[in-house]
Design a protein around this ligand. Sequence first.
Ligand SMILES: NC(=O)c1ccc[n+]([C@@H]2O[C@H](COP(=O)([O-])OP(=O)(O)OC[C@H]3O[C@@H](n4cnc5c(N)ncnc54)[C@H](O)[C@@H]3O)[C@@H](O)[C@H]2O)c1
Length: 273
Amino acid sequence: MYNLLKGKKGIIFGALDENSIAWKVAERAHEEGATFVLTNAQVASRFGTIDELAAKTGSQVIPADATSVEDIQNLVDKSMEILGGKIDFVLHSIGMSVNVRKGNHYTTQNYEYTKIGWDVSAVSFHKVMGVLYKSNAMNEWGSIVALTYMAAQRVFPDYNDMADNKAYLESIARSFGYFFGRDHKVRVNTISQSPTLTTAGKGVKGIDGFLNYAEKMSPLGNATALECADYTISLFSDLTKKVTLQNLFHDGGFSNMGISQEVMSLFMDKEEE
Ligand SMILES: NC(=O)c1ccc[n+]([C@@H]2O[C@H](COP(=O)([O-])OP(=O)(O)OC[C@H]3O[C@@H](n4cnc5c(N)ncnc54)[C@H](O)[C@@H]3O)[C@@H](O)[C@H]2O)c1
């Protein structure tokens, strides 16, 4: 590997199991020489396999509900104690929609559920940055990344209210990123990842269709969770110091495609092909 994160300290949210994008980021960050704290919601830490990842990467786990400012404050304070100083990188890899879980259609949402999903998937990013900013917990030239999906810009009907949550999340990255950049020289970006078979991914109705369609549309094919982790590591490294306020597509080219010949051929009359 490249020692890209040698000596850097981080906090990684959202590793649930070995399919999680955050899990791959933790493994790659460890390989690149970083030390970090792992965190997830209390129940996920209990039922998931995060302890396995912690043992493998020499990390400690501090549970935190990402919607609770109190939990996040405790996490940040303890992380600085454990890691012996300020933080260089943070991954927000969190998403959940109660409407999706309950099978509610986008047009007939339960708005109490909408609020919960919005808080978990989008506002939690503001809360995390709010605590880091107020506590002056980030080192200069640090990097904060959240994961998002292209349904923030374009219509994917079954992505439901998560599309709105992702649009909000991306906006928070820009708005908070301005203050973090100006005041602490910290960069804030979102990575817009291809559909990926994780627990969250499998929750999206018709994920197989998403995956196959995106695969056929993308000149480089879908990006895997491990490839997403590699890209994330580059954003945590010193090689991307002036990249900030960006929503960065990591999708094999999907986002700039109109149509591919492979997809086109599915709609052509036999004689025309
Ligand atoms: N899988 C995909 O197709 C895909 C595509 C683009 C973006 N993303 C995004 O990537 C991120 C990671 O998802 P994933 O695909 O690795 O799935 P995942 O299910 O492995 O990860 C989602 C994580 O969110 C955590 N979480 C939920 N509620 C929480 C709370 N209140 N506090 C703290 N943590 C909480 C879960 O415990 C879980 O670890 C999400 O933001 C997701 O929207 C996923």
